[in-house]
Design a protein around this ligand. Structure first.
Ligand SMILES: [Fe+2]
Length: 293
């Protein structure tokens, strides 16, 4: 990725404006149609679990993925399930929503992100780790919030998919790309960071506002409003997964944990240590599952 030196000062790279970046977001694979239908049903309080199972069953690939995940060690069901209906009944609607998102996101996040120094699967592994950790962190705020924190954790770095295309043409080993948090460098070079770009993608997917906010502010949780708890949970979870060295690439070198997030969650250093102990095995299970495909 290092650029050849010609002895002449290099021309500053053209800085794409936000609209250019959003256009590139439009070029990314969209969430599968079935995922949109399932999410719409889940958001509708009048929909039934049977309707959700029927929508999922229409898409063989999605149904297969939901069943594989439902039967994986990650969810730890005592009795294996063989139909989507069973999976919905055993796991509940909010967990199925997480499964649908996990399966949908896997399709776009498994690819390598060389601009971030991430090999194939690393971005995905990081996302699953942050999701699992955010769910644990948010458990004290109730099951619904914990599931929402899982969704926010899973999607928090989705904006990197757009940036990584642009970063392939940038020498990120050059001095101007060192010594500052990578999010700051994205903003300095592209006019927007991956968190804001990811939030725009989530907005286009019609995801709920607190989730969009949590993605937008996962590196600056103190600035979040409606999604403050989710943003704080994802921020702490992200720091934990970075501390475990999971899928950090270039992004993790300057990662600072905002104490305001821990305070918001009633979180202590001791609980952070406990989180590290619990997240490691969850990520290992998810990884074993991903590798078994
Ligand atoms: Fe991030």
């Amino acid at each position: 990725m290092a650029s050849l030196s010609t002895g002449r000062p290099e021309a500053a790279p053209a800085r794409p404006n936000v609209n250019d970046l959003i256009r590139r977001v439009g070029e990314l694979p969209p969430l599968p149609q079935v995922a949109h239908k399932a999410l719409a049903l889940i958001r509708n309080p009048d929909s039934s679990m049977a309707e959700l199972a029927d929508v999922l069953s229409l898409d063989q690939a999605m149904a297969g993925l939901v069943l594989r995940w439902a039967n994986s060690a990650y969810y730890g069901l005592v009795h294996p399930v063989s139909t989507v209906r069973q999976a919905v009944v055993y796991l509940g609607q909010s967990t199925i929503q997480s499964l649908v998102l996990t399966a949908s996101v896997a399709a776009v996040m498994e690819r390598p992100a060389p601009g971030y120094g991430l090999d194939r699967g690393e971005l995905w592994k990081h996302a699953v780790g942050v999701a699992a950790a955010a769910r644990l962190v948010a458990t004290r705020f109730g099951r619904q919030t914990a599931e929402e924190a899982y969704h926010a954790g899973l999607l928090c770095d989705i904006g990197k998919l757009a940036f990584e295309v642009l970063l392939r043409n940038v020498d990120t080993n050059s001095p101007e790309w060192q010594g500052r948090p990578f999010s700051d460098l994205e903003a300095a070079h592209f006019g927007i960071d991956h968190a804001s770009l990811g939030a725009e993608m989530a907005r286009r997917w019609n995801l709920p506002r607190p989730l969009v906010e949590a993605i937008a502010y996962h590196h600056r949780p103190a600035q979040a409003g409606e999604g403050a708890i989710l943003a704080a949970a994802v921020h702490v979870a992200d720091a934990a997964v970075m501390a475990l060295g999971i899928g950090i690439g270039r992004d993790g070198l300057q990662y600072a944990l905002d104490p305001a997030a821990s305070e918001r969650l009633g979180w202590s250093e001791a609980s952070f240590g406990g989180l590290l102990d619990r997240v490691g095995p969850l990520v290992a299970e998810a990884e074993a599952f991903i590798r078994s495909k």
